[in-house]
Ligand binder design. Structure first.
Ligand code: ATP
Ligand code: MG
Ligand code: MG
Ligand code: MG
Length: 562
């Protein structure tokens, strides 16, 4: 590609509203442009990198036996009503109507669509397991779109879904997917870690997030200094459970009777016995803190419990909508799950405690009201445990350390969370009808690109790893008025192209300084400058990452670039 033809509008100034370095540099280097909050165009250089990320993902997914396909972004509301998520997903789900008033969602994820497809097409155990993926634009009306591509409202995701006739089969695929993810993020040159995660909006049990360790990460990870233990801090407090002592319970009664009112009073009670907990989950529902507390003998990861928690949180966000969930399926909670915007905020837990109690009361009341049949109770109070840096790791090996992470991937064992309500069943060896078991596996493709940019740059610009660079080699003639230099540049450009390198040749009539600055900004791994020694067949080769510069004879250039 000749640079005179390339659309890469670079900026010298740091854009005012870009607060992280990847966002700034991707804008400055002309890789992306913002269209509206959280909505971006990929300009040609950005698109080239995106293609490379996608190619790596595609290759590793196909190696792991996943089939590529494409599903629609426009999804019928009916499907989301069947799963219950139409009511529980919250305002992150973008909803619209067609000309006849029929309701649709713009897909934030595709569990409903794929499950409805597979239930109609796959009827026998002989066709299972099945693993399908797509790379596609997703829509989520994020409350705070920010950090450029890292949290968009329209973004590119790879999502995969697997269907199984048994838990063992799901377990095997889950391990294959984790391995594929390790390969993908390694090939992208990222420093990442797989961490135990909470299953949030999607439901289901086992799940891991792939976190890029980064100062700007929005997730907090607790990991052991001495072992493989690593958990999203969202998960950690509900992972380790203790019964509260009766004394502590008595004290905490004061919180729920309202005797303790202020933040100070509540926190004083909580610190009395902070190592003992009854399971508790603090949600944020639409900015409203909601603490739902579950007695120690119930498993908060149990899907029924999750449903209740989700319903409770959803109710507090939009009571009418939750009512719809229950009224459409009387006596059956259905797969209501925790809304996307619900998050455990350990840092601010105490602050929210006071308000939260009221929320839990309401949730409890609501649950009792709609579901008198089940043996289950959302109690109104409990202790909340804060994991601290320096605590013993839950596996007994080493102590807890904290790090921030960017979630680039997420693998879930969904079990039957979707196949149940959507009736995805198959006939087993004995001709008996069984419900399918499912897994799902996501990667933020555009977020991965931004995470790579965030972790690979210097004060002059981006520094792409070889695997993702928009071009392999950047050639430029220092003096574009010098015919010896431009002739040699053209020649090298052709030779390198013939040798299979993807080259960008800066043929613009610009000053050398401008060309160098743009080259550093783009971050192509190798720069070849054709300068004063062109007549002797000598050029300068510079490695973007290390800054290492060498003079090379053109005859040895291809060898040197390898
Ligand atoms: P987050 O916790 O950051 O909101 P999530 O847990 O809601 O992400 P998933 O539902 O697990 O996201 O989606 C799969 C992947 O899609 C995530 O691991 C992440 O890499 C990516 N992703 C999710 N939301 C966004 C977004 N708003 N912009 C860009 N990528 C996203
Ligand atoms: Mg999210
Ligand atoms: Mg998440
Ligand atoms: Mg996730």
């Amino acid at each position: 590609m000749k640079q005179s033809r390339l659309f890469a509008p670079t900026l010298r100034e740091v854009p005012a509203d870009a607060d992280v370095v990847s966002h700034q540099l991707l804008l400055r280097a002309g890789f992306i442009r913002q269209n509206a909050a959280g909505i971006y165009s990929f300009l040609p250089l950005g698109k080239k990198v995106l293609h490379k990320v996608e190619a790596i993902i595609r290759e590793e997914m196909e190696n792991a036996g996943s089939n590529e396909m494409t599903m629609p972004s426009l999804q019928l509301a009916e499907l989301w009503q069947e799963s219950g998520r139409w009511y529980s997903y919250g305002p992150e789900l973008m909803r619209l109507k067609d000309r006849n008033g029929r309701e649709f969602a713009l897909g934030p994820t595709h569990e409903e669509v794929i499950t409805s497809l597979i239930r109609d097409e796959v009827k026998s155990y002989k066709k299972l397991p099945l693993n399908l993926f797509q790379i596609q634009t997703k829509f989520r009306d994020e409350k705070r779109p920010r950090f450029g591509l890292l949290r968009g409202r329209e973004f590119i995701m790879k999502d995969a879904y697997s269907f199984h006739s048994s838990q063992e089969s799901l377990d095997a695929t889950y391990e294959d997917m984790k391995e594929a993810y390790n390969n993908i993020f390694s090939r992208c040159g990222l420093n990442f870690r797989a961490v135990l995660a909470d299953s949030g909006a999607i439901g289901g049990k086992d799940n891991h997030e792939f976190m890029v360790l980064s100062e700007i990460g929005e997730d907090l990870i607790a990991y052991s200094s001495e072992s493989d233990f690593a958990a999203n801090i969202e998960m950690a407090p509900v992972n380790v459970t203790y019964e509260a002592s009766s004394e502590s319970k008595k004290e905490m009664e004061k919180i729920h009777t309202g005797e303790a009112k202020t933040i100070e009073e509540v926190s004083a009670i909580l610190t009395i016995d902070s190592s003992k907990i009854i399971k508790s989950v603090l949600f944020m529902a639409d900015e409203e803190p909601v603490l739902v507390l579950v007695r120690g003998d119930h498993d908060v990861n149990d899907i029924k419990v999750k449903n209740v928690l989700g319903a409770a949180a959803a109710e507090l966000a939009t009571p009418e909508e939750t009512e719809k969930v229950f009224s459409c399926k009387p006596g059956n909670i259905g797969p209501v799950s925790v809304p996307q915007n619900v998050k455990l905020i350990a840092d601010h837990a105490v602050e929210y405690m006071v308000n939260a109690v009221a929320g839990a009361n309401e949730a409890n009341h609501h649950f009792q009201h709609v579901n008198p049949g089940i043996d289950f109770e959302v109690t109104r109070f409990a202790d909340l445990r804060f994991i601290q840096e320096g605590d013993a790791s839950p596996d007994g090996k080493g102590v807890i350390r904290f790090a921030k992470g960017i979630e680039v991937g997420h693998v879930f064992k969904l079990g039957q969370v979707y196949s149940n309500p959507l009736n995805a069943s198959f006939l087993d060896e004995n001709g008996k009808s069984q419900t399918m078991t499912m897994g799902c596996y996501g990667i933020g493709v555009s977020r991965t690109l931004a995470a790579v940019a965030e972790e690979n740059n210097d004060d002059r610009g981006l520094i792409w790893p070889l695997s993702l660079a928009p071009f392999d080699v950047h050639i430029l003639a220092a003096n574009s008025k010098d015919e010896i230099q431009t002739d040699l540049s053209e020649k090298l450009y052709d030779e390198l192209k013939d040798a299979g390198y993807d080259c960008l040749y800066d043929d613009r009539k610009e000053r050398a300084g401008v060309k160098f600055a743009d080259a550093d900004l783009f971050g192509i791994p190798v720069r070849v400058t054709v300068g004063k020694k062109a007549a002797d067949g000598i050029v300068e080769m510079k490695v973007r990452k290390t800054g290492e510069m060498n003079e090379v004879h053109v005859k040895e250039l291809i060898e040197a670039i390898k």
